[in-house]
Design a protein around this ligand. Structure first.
Ligand code: NDP
Length: 299
């Protein structure tokens, strides 16, 4: 069997960035609206700092008004809530994102629920999740939205009738992906840590989405030949090369045993280079959508 098509996240992410940039320019010129994104980072988590920098840079590159609030790890719940309320009231801001995880001691759910649902560009408020589950207009979490864009790009317009298995049921990733696949008329199974005979469940999938957080857990013989595999996992592991591993060097791998999967799948996202790149592109897309809706325009 031929080797799987490698689904290229970079090309699609660049294209979304270009489309958003053009649309931001049009929105400014025709309606006098500049989409504004506020990113809030609390504490010093190194991975979060990298993500936040990239979100700031790429929203600016798209022509957006972009502000990053960097707060110390000692920030109190009341201070953080007050900042979110201030951003809710700021007419120059259309999208608010609190970078997760928050430092211990801060109540993530309470902070997220303070975000005005119209500005909830991460799609994490209960109202956004409820709208999504009822098939209503919603701001959709960025990573799941990116997965759908990759799937449509790979498989063409319609996913109707395909059997989809999502491994993982988190509020951030697994559940919203399953909702989006259901909206696309797939027959959807959500698997999790209590699923019996996970390999057999995975083997039923025309579309297999892995959102587990366990390096290379999904084995090649769990994949139906020709299936499309979307690997959401981002896991840091030591290098295979013993010398590099001994130096403490690490690399990023997905939830799928990629090399073997290439021999079985029809198409697969690499890690890195796949889903991760779409997440920021979809954040820009959501900020643009929020700005249009707040301005009373179609989106
Ligand atoms: P969570 O830890 O919140 O959820 C993991 C899910 O996997 C849970 O539903 C859990 O089941 C399930 N699970 C854990 N172990 C097993 C197992 N042995 N068999 C079957 N299911 C299992 O993780 P997230 O959803 O937040 O993230 C998942 C992955 O995606 C992580 O690697 C994360 O880094 C990555 N990620 C990538 C992003 C990107 O931009 N590409 C963005 C966000 C996340 P149960 O509910 O039963 O405990």
């Amino acid at each position: 069997m031929a080797q799987a098509q490698i689904i290229d996240g970079k090309t699609l992410s660049d294209r979304i960035q270009d489309e958003v940039t053009a649309e931001v320019a049009r929105l400014k010129a025709e309606h006098g609206v500049t989409p504004g994104l506020a990113v809030v980072l609390v504490g010093e988590d190194p991975a979060s700092q990298i993500y936040v920098r990239s979100k700031g840079e790429r929203s600016k590159a798209a022509g957006m008004h972009s502000v990053t609030h960097r707060l110390p790890a000692e920030t109190t719940q009341a201070e953080l809530i007050a900042l979110v309320q201030q951003l809710n009231a700021d007419p120059a801001i259309h999208g608010i994102l609190c970078q997760l995880p928050l430092p211990k001691g801060l109540d993530e759910k309470a902070v997220i629920e303070t975000i005005d649902p119209d500005k909830d560009v991460d799609g994490l408020t209960v109202l956004s999740a409820g709208r999504l589950s009822q098939g209503l207009k919603a701001l959709v979490p960025c990573t799941p939205l990116g997965c759908m864009k990759l799937l449509r790009e790979t498989l063409g317009g319609s996913l109707a009738g395909k059997r989809a298995v999502v491994v993982g049921r988190s509020v951030l990733v697994g559940r919203p992906i399953a909702q989006l696949l259901l909206q696309a008329d797939c027959t959807v199974t959500i698997a999790h840590s209590r699923t019996v005979d996970l390999p057999a469940v995975c083997r039923e999938a025309d579309i297999l989405v892995a959102a587990v957080g366990r390096p290379r857990m999904i084995q090649p013989d769990w994949i139906k030949p020709g299936a499309t595999v979307i690997d959401v996992g981002i896991n840091r592991v030591p290098f295979d090369n013993p010398q590099k591993a001994a130096e403490g060097k690490t690399k990023v791998v997905g939830d799928v045993a990629y090399k073997g999967a290439l021999e079985v799948a029809g198409a697969i996202t690499p890690v890195p280079g796949g889903v991760g790149l779409l997440t920021v592109a979809c954040l820009l897309h959501n900020t643009l959508t929020a700005a249009k809706r707040i301005a009373g325009l179609d989106a």
